[in-house]
Design a binder for this molecule. Structure first.
Ligand code: SAM
Length: 231
């Protein structure tokens, strides 16, 4: 059951509280509440709140002195780092979208999970971020007709024990979204049919290429790599 305050907050975000019921019913270890004025999901087992916070120390550290070292920026914007328009097909907690938006780029983001979308919309609203437009939709339905220059895809992967243990946000995503089988392939196939100039896919470092297609270039880090396809 959602509290009146939570229902009101969700409605203020332009979302329907009823959309969240089936998602929460599937996962009774969690419930949704307002925590320090943030729309949050509380994990009853480990007593942890999950929410979107663009003012967090970690994100502020990454976004200030170290912005140009971010691999996602290197991959999406390339060497010239010219601001561009980006379709983020897999918004999640909005971290990649946020870092990209700090370069002056405009982001059209999609998030299909209603609960994740509510958390992210709440975070964007609280931070007053206008350079990210978030749609509660499946990106697959919109990708072909995008007018963005770059399509960015960061799909869900099977949980690794290490990532789930160390990262509460990852645990949350694994509980509520989980591994989505063919999603990376489906998004990539659709993206190739679009007029975007570049497609960037985030992958685990040792994963195969999506659809076995060799990228034009790669940006490789310790925890992830970015496969870049010029079109
Ligand atoms: C690994 S997370 C993305 C994390 C994100 N890049 C960040 O910086 O926080 C993947 C997210 O994409 C969403 N997603 C997966 N397939 C999608 C689709 N076809 N359309 C919209 N959202 C999708 C999932 O619900 C999940 O929240």
């Amino acid at each position: 059951m959602l509290s009146q305050a939570v229902k009101l907050r969700i409605e203020l975000l332009g979302l329907n509280p009823l959309d969240l019921d089936p998602v929460l019913l599937d996962n009774t270890d969690y419930h949704i509440e307002l925590y320090q004025q943030k729309l949050s999901v509380f994990n009853k087992k480990d007593k942890h709140h999950v929410f979107v916070d663009f003012q967090s120390k970690q994100l502020q550290f990454r976004s200030q002195a170290h912005l140009n070292a971010e691999l996602v920026i290197k991959a999406v914007l390339g060497k010239k780092k010219q601001p561009t328009t980006i379709m983020d097909c897999t918004a999640g907690f909005g971290k990649d979208a946020y870092l990209l938006s700090l370069t002056g780029s405009q982001i059209i983001a999609y998030e299909s999970n209603p609960l994740m979308c509510a958390l992210l919309k709440d975070g964007l609203n609280r931070a007053g971020i206008e350079s990210i437009t978030l749609h509660k939709k499946d990106a697959l339905q919109n990708i072909i007709k995008t007018t963005c220059e770059v399509i960015y895809i960061d799909p869900m992967y099977p949980a690794s024990k290490k990532s789930a243990k160390n990262n509460k946000q990852m645990t949350f995503l694994q509980s509520f979204v989980g591994h989505q089988g063919q999603m990376a392939e489906d998004l990539f196939e659709q993206a190739k049919l679009s007029k975007a100039k570049k497609i960037v896919i985030k992958r685990p470092v040792k994963a195969d290429y999506v659809c076995n297609k060799k990228p034009t270039s790669q940006v490789i880090g310790k925890a992830a790599r970015f496969d870049v396809y010029a079109q």
